[in-house]
Design a protein around this ligand. Structure first.
Ligand SMILES: Cc1ccc(Cc2cc(O)c(O)c(C(=O)NC/C=C/[C@H]3O[C@@H](n4cnc5c(N)ncnc54)[C@H](O)[C@@H]3O)c2)cc1
Ligand SMILES: [Mg+2]
Length: 214
């Protein structure tokens, strides 16, 4: 049977990237998506904004919602300090299988915990499963209609502390109107919009960075 796009993306990583070199994995995926087949990775342009937010935050505990093939997982983890951890949540077993191999190729399996399941089920279990008290940074990049309910769930579960950062992809395209409305009007958050483009295209998109004020 015909291969899937994630399988072809993984093959491109294994062909063009150097084992143990996360930045070469990121570069290989961007090359594949720009010149061969578009895929919904945060991409190189928004990826630079992601890099600067991660570097400035220097987080110990990171949560990513929506692993897909692991592009942003590798991009974030490559910037984390030695004792920090990234937990990434993915409910599609096919995507999880590909992402695990991309993460392994980058040599980042010790920094990353990929957990399979739905965010709505896993968020309430983060403390008991991983001994996490609060997350310093959350990257939202899963189904767009889950951003708001999962943010409210993280608040309810006490997973955010004063200064925790939420970074949301695609707030313009595909768009997350209910999330933006909530987060920009809530006195509990200080938000900032980083204008950019939908990965590998000229269509406008952007990232919304929101600091939880506690
Ligand atoms: C109209 C239109 C269409 C597509 C685009 C282009 C475009 C550009 C982008 O950057 C995008 O992020 C997207 C996008 O749709 N992303 C959804 C990403 C889902 C991944 O996360 C997984 N997942 C989804 N919900 C959950 C959940 N609860 N618990 C656990 N995993 C979940 C899925 O299993 C996938 O691995 C689309 C632009 C415009
Ligand atoms: Mg996205």
């Amino acid at each position: 049977t015909r291969s899937t796009r994630p399988q072809r993306l993984l093959a491109a990583v294994q062909k063009n990237a150097t084992r143990g070199d996360p930045r070469s994995v990121v570069r290989a995926i961007d090359q594949f998506c720009r010149h061969k087949e578009w895929a919904m990775n945060v991409g190189d342009e928004k990826g630079c904004i992601l890099d600067s937010v991660v570097s400035e935050a220097n987080p110990t505990y990171v949560l990513e919602l929506g692993t897909y093939c692991g592009y942003s997982t590798v991009r974030i983890a490559s910037l984390l300090s030695p004792n920090s951890k990234l937990i990434t949540v993915e409910f599609n077993p096919e995507y999880a299988k590909i992402a695990r191999q991309v993460i392994a190729w980058a040599g980042l399996q010790d920094k990353i915990n990929l957990v399979e399941g739905a965010s709505g089920d896993l968020i309430p279990k983060m403390q008991e499963m991983f001994g996490v008290k609060t997350f310093d940074l959350v990257f939202l990049d899963h189904w767009k209609d889950r951003y708001l309910p999962d943010t409210k769930l993280m608040e309810k579960c006490g997973l955010l502390r004063k200064g925790s950062i939420l970074l949301a992809d695609n707030v313009i395209c595909p768009g997350t109107p209910d999330y933006l409305e909530y987060i920009r009007n809530s006195p509990q958050y200080e938000s900032q919009y980083f204008k950019s483009h939908l990965e590998y295209t000229k269509v406008e998109d952007g990232l919304e960075k929101s600091v939880f004020l506690g």
